[in-house]
Write a protein that binds this ligand. Sequence first.
Ligand code: IDP
Ligand code: MG
Length: 153
Amino acid sequence: MSSTTERTFIAVKPDGVHRGLVGEIIKRFEQRGYKLLALKMVQAEKKLLEEHYKDLAQKPFYAGLVKYMGSGPVVAMVWEGLQAVSTGRKMLGATNPLDSAPGTIRGDFCIQTGRNICHGSDSVESAEREIGLWFTKEEIVQWDHHSKAWIYE
Ligand code: IDP
Ligand code: MG
């Protein structure tokens, strides 16, 4: 299987921020070897959250999900590297933390689907859409400019 460099949108949800897990989640992506391209703490507007989760608009938990995501600040990030989308999802674990393998972020730190502490894009296309929703172009660093002095390939 070929590996491609991808960008993914990862967010620490309000419960993850509240519980002091921002550093832990960042650490795992850094340690794995992904590059941090953008990072900010946001008290998200309802409109942004509704747009972010628009594919779930028909689900019974949608209103609660938008409320949960707006209940406090979110730490929004863009990470880049080989297969960042699918590997990011593996690192987060299953949506229902009770099904998340130990060793994954959700599998190590939570037990409820409705309070599962982190978000990760589920495809390259949704990553692109989500990055565009949460960040302006100027907020995303261009590591290319520094690559000669940088450790990554
Ligand atoms: P994902 O976050 O693993 O991609 P999605 O199916 O995209 O999972 O759902 C988005 C988020 O909506 C979940 O992370 C979780 O916070 C919430 N969610 C999903 N299913 C339920 C549910 O059955 N009850 C309550 N919240 C849910
Ligand atoms: Mg999803």
